[in-house]
Design a protein around this ligand. Structure first.
Ligand code: FES
Ligand SMILES: [Fe+2]
Length: 321
């Protein structure tokens, strides 16, 4: 696992998942974390280990934003501060080491981003999130049996469309990838623009068009370490923006979540709008879970062609971290 990833923000849950009287347990970079919403409304993320006798804090109960350990009742509030050691009686000071060491949490786009170490990166910018003509759709979090690096590599890759996505939008008539020019996009994203004729037989709701094949003008780019943004513009003016997030649970498993922004058809139920994207994601999952081992970050470990330029540049920059 790349240690530099500890200094970066990773999506571990959706905001809607955190709250109420239960804490949430997540695994990030091989470490178990507990998450709960503190008395100030802010999400607290800390190692899922009570400093007293190491019980998983995620088994405890939350009341008024304070998490009580299920073993001896030590209680933790805002910022992970230990506020109560029941065995000491009221009014006694708590040991300084009883306070939890917390990660940095940012809630953005309906997602909970956690940096377990000292942050040296930031959450990527999705400008349309601030545009009221776009609606945002959150889609849940899935566990995939693949590495987050393979996931991100896949999301930057368009050469697999005719093969992996034959059941959704991929077309055997378009296996050739035109020359790709990679470079800076807007808002700190880095990637490329391209045009594609996409199969639309299962995608009519998503594209807003009934034709068997539809034209898409697209940009796809990355934000280090593991975020990918893909924007689809249809000839009708409909724009479909995807944020694809890969989170390293450990070396072999990853969380996948995506967020969609759309500038039209706001009355169509969200689940209908994203059903096509869900089917596409399921195709990627089947493929990636069949690829063994880890993605080498060095250029010598795999063979790449011009169609892989974005992935090659992403891997180079990731390795330089
Ligand atoms: S182990 Fe948590 S209070 Fe004792
Ligand atoms: Fe794919």
């Amino acid at each position: 696992m790349l240690t530099a990833l500890r200094a970066q923000f990773h999506v571990v849950a959706e905001s809607a998942d955190i709250g109420g009287d239960r804490a949430c347990s997540v695994r990030l970079l091989g470490e178990d974390l507990v998450l709960w919403r503190g008395p100030d409304g802010l999400v607290v993320a800390a190692p899922d280990r009570c400093p007293h006798r190491e019980a998983p804090l995620s088994l405890g109960a939350v009341a008024d934003g304070c998490l009580s350990c299920c073993y001896h009742g030590w209680t933790f509030g805002a910022g992970g501060r230990c506020t109560l050691v029941p065995s000491s009686g009221p009014g006694r000071p708590v040991p300084p080491a009883a306070h939890l060491t917390i990660g940095t949490v940012v809630e953005r786009y309906g997602l909970v981003w956690v940096c377990p170490g000292t942050p040296c990166g930031d959450v990527p910018v999705i400008a349309v999130d601030a545009d009221p003509t776009y609606r945002r759709i959150n889609t849940g979090v899935e566990l995939w049996r693949t590495s987050a690096l393979r996931m991100t590599d896949n999301f930057l890759d368009i050469a697999h469309f005719p093969w992996v996505h034959a059941g959704t939008f991929g077309r055997q008539e378009q296996t050739e990838v035109p020359p790709i020019e990679v470079g800076p996009l807007d808002d700190g994203w880095y990637g490329y623009a391209y045009e594609v004729q996409a199969g639309n037989e299962a995608g009519a709701v998503s594209s807003g068009q009934a034709a068997a094949v539809v034209h898409r003008a697209m940009t796809t780019g990355f934000h280090l370490p593991l975020s990918v943004r893909s924007t689809i513009r249809y000839d009708t003016g409909l724009e479909h923006v995807l944020l694809l997030c890969s989170t390293p649970v450990d070396d072999d498993t990853a969380l996948f979540t995506f967020v969609v922004w759309r500038n039209g058809d706001h009355t169509v139920p969200a689940e209908e709008v994203i059903a096509f994207d869900r089917a596409i994601g399921a195709e990627d999952k089947v493929m990636l879970e069949r690829v063994p081992g880890h993605l080498p970050l060095t250029a010598s470990g795999t063979v790449s062609t011009q169609a892989d330029r974005a992935s090659v540049e992403w891997r180079r920059r990731l390795a330089a971290m």
